[in-house]
Design a protein around this ligand. Structure first.
Ligand code: GUN
Length: 283
């Protein structure tokens, strides 16, 4: 018998807690918490993400400052804006929505976000601190996955975890978080030989490959925990994950669905990081 991990419900509970923490922060310091959201160009998916991030800010009481820049924005113009936001004491977080237009060097722009305001957790310092098990702002999606596992009291100690996908945004920080939780971690990717064998050995699978229904039932051990980070379209144009949910679920002890799994957690963790950044700046 499998249990569905309800990301929507966990995210809603967390947002209530964040809302109350934000309200306490305001009472105690007399200050607002501010998040800058920068969108360059007119990528449709990015527009939806940004709108949802601003909505989440309203929900938890964080003040958002949106900067919409045209797709022709130059590297210098974007760099200048980020440098200005970096100095603004009313801002505790700066989020530059990715992907940026092709003529912009993302790494150069993101490097201008100070570590303390890097609420995406993408900077070299924050990733480095995560590896050293120090105080870092952790990338939102993998941190959301950890909160889901924690909520369900899934014990990771000594368990075999397989992360499928090695992106800087999800796969790599995910592997580090699982390692920090004393799991034995294998990171699989497009060049991995015998992917199925690795997956069959896993107590926990985190699928973050970006391929619809890529993880099939024959790859999953009886009783495994399966977390699906994928956001794909199926053959009918409907949102689906990296896991063949209908066939895989019967083999699992826990499984997260798409939609309604990891997705709602990501923006919640952005709110969490912004609150953490503000409270660190106040101390
Ligand atoms: N684009 C897709 N996901 C993300 C994210 O988590 N942060 C940013 N900044 N851009 C994204």
């Amino acid at each position: 018998m499998y249990k569905i991990i309800d990301g929507k419900k966990i995210a809603a509970e967390l947002r209530l807690k964040i809302k109350s923490d934000v309200s306490d922060f305001k009472k105690n310091t007399g200050r607002d918490i501010g998040l800058a959201v920068v969108l360059v160009g007119d990528n449709q998916a990015s527009q939806i993400y940004v709108r949802n991030k601003i909505k989440a800010c309203e929900e938890v009481g964080i003040k958002s400052f949106a900067y919409y820049m045209p797709k022709e924005t130059s590297q210098n113009e974007l760099n200048a804006l980020i440098s200005e936001l970096a100095l603004d004491e009313n801002l505790h977080g700066i989020l530059v929505q990715l992907p940026l237009p092709e003529h912009i060097n993302s790494e150069e722009a993101l490097k201008l976000i100070p570590e303390s305001k890097d609420v995406d957790g993408f900077s070299a310092n924050n990733i480095g601190n995560l590896c050293l098990n120090g105080k870092s702002l952790v990338a939102c999606t993998p941190n959301g996955v950890m909160k889901m596992l924690e909520y369900e009291q899934i014990n990771l100690n000594g368990k075999n975890s397989v992360v499928v996908g090695r992106s800087n945004i999800v796969g790599k920080p995910m592997a580090m978080l699982l390692l920090n939780a004393n799991s034995t971690v294998t990171v699989c990717h497009s060049r991995t030989v015998n992917l199925k064998e690795h997956c069959l050995n896993a107590d926990v699978i985190v699928a973050a490959v970006g391929k619809a229904k890529f993880i099939t039932a024959d790859m999953v051990k009886e009783g495994a925990v399966v977390i699906d980070v994928g956001m794909n379209k199926d053959e009918n144009g409907r949102l689906c994950g990296d896991v063949d949910f209908e066939n895989v679920k019967e083999k699992c002890s826990y499984i997260s669905p798409v939609p309604g799994g990891v997705g709602p957690m990501t923006i919640t963790m952005l709110m969490y990081n912004t609150y953490i950044s503000a409270s660190r700046s106040a101390n």
